[in-house]
Design a protein around this ligand. Structure first.
Ligand code: 6CS
Length: 359
């Protein structure tokens, strides 16, 4: 049993109070200041939803973001950071951000694939190069993402402030995953986005979307055979306890977004907006730095956990290439699904990646 499971009762209590707010029963995405402080200046109380727990990358990032804003505003801005589980599933959190039940959220595109089909771009395996630092630079600077994809999110009441990644994704399984054939009939847990499912069908797997809240038990009980995630998450969520094998596949990077409710943001005074944007800039590489440290440290923990031995499989470049070849046609599927704008975003991102590699 996963000892880190949180109290359901506490979680439901938080979720229902925020849902009330989202339904208009509370201060829905209100830009109204909470109150005035002793000097008569406005103060603000905001909520920031994350998809992870304390100690994991998103939560630590969000807490630093909150602390910085608090400091910059001389204590006038107070943000409550919510760990995952208290506000429902990842998809529930997306809806809360859209409706103003929370002002800020870290949202992974893997949970918005139906809402913003163009965001499925991050499900395309072997699209980004292996250099993780370069990938963060691409995410920071990409016009395809920060302008064109961001517009698609904005149309759905989600305003991306920054795209960043939590490291390379790896596979774990109850059986070895070395070749695409190993995925034949393999029950793979995925996030919700349709293109993630399609990517695993391309290997012959049978993908099952589910929240990560249900994943430990599903792996333990054999409801699914395996999953994909960065190493820090595999260790911290204890998936390695219930998986025999981990393949260092680096088939993708885990991209996520710092987001804000646009109506709330646009209603804020300009100086407060500037503080948020400045904080976002200062935080640009923090996600990268936090994931780097955790991913390195926790790989050793998995390797040295003799109570829960996990075979760590390192793929050769030739072995990775076999997956790459099977993954490439999924890009056509992406374009068929998202049409002209999606094609433009993909073409532009591919050109930006090429340029970054040649610099
Ligand atoms: O696998 C997932 O769904 C989760 N993985 C990470 C790295 N962060 C949150 C997400 O929900």
């Amino acid at each position: 049993m996963n000892f880190k499971k949180r109290s359901l009762f506490g979680s439901l209590a938080i979720a229902s109070s925020l849902l009330l707010a989202a339904c208009g029963g509370g201060d829905e995405a209100s830009t109204d200041p909470a109150d005035d402080d002793a000097t008569g200046e406005e103060t603000y109380e905001w909520r920031f939803a994350t998809e992870e727990w304390p100690g994991q990358v998103q939560y630590e990032y969000a807490q630093e973001f909150a602390d910085k804003l608090n400091e910059k505003s001389d204590g006038r801005i107070n943000i409550d950071v919510y760990e995952f589980g208290g506000l429902g599933s990842e998809v529930d959190q997306v809806e809360m951000l859209q409706t103003g039940g929370v002002e800020f959220g870290i949202i992974s595109p893997g949970f918005t694939g139906t809402l913003v089909p163009e965001g499925n771009i991050f499900a395309l395996q072997f699209l980004f190069p292996d250099d993780l630092e370069l990938n963060q630079q691409i995410l920071n600077e990409s016009e395809a993402l920060n302008t064109h994809l961001a517009e698609k999110y904005l149309e759905q009441d989600i305003m991306p402030l920054a795209f960043w990644h939590e490291g390379a994704m790896q596979w774990t399984g109850s059986s070895e995953l070395r070749t695409p054939e190993d995925f034949e009939g393999f029950q793979m847990r995925t996030q919700e986005s349709p293109l993630i499912l399609e990517s695993y069908r391309a290997y012959g797997a049978e993908p099952t979307p589910m929240s990560w809240d249900d994943l430990y038990l599903s792996l333990e009980q054999g409801i699914v055979d395996g999953q994909e995630n960065p190493i820090f998450f595999i260790e911290d969520a204890n998936f390695h306890e219930v998986q025999e094998h981990m393949t260092l596949s680096q088939h993708n990077i885990y991209v996520t977004m710092t987001t804000v409710n646009p109506t709330f943001f646009e209603g804020l005074p300009e100086d407060i907006q500037d503080m948020i944007l400045e904080t976002t800039e200062e935080m640009r590489d923090r996600g990268y730095e936090i994931q780097k440290e955790l991913n390195e440290e926790l790989l050793t923990v998995i390797e040295e956990d003799t109570d829960n031995p996990t075979e760590v499989i390192e793929l050769t470049e030739e072995e990775r290439d076999a997956f790459r070849q099977q993954a490439l046609p999924v890009r056509d599927f992406y374009v068929d699904e998202v049409g002209e704008d999606g094609q433009m975003i993909l073409d532009m991102l591919e050109a930006e990646i090429e340029e970054a590699l040649n610099e």
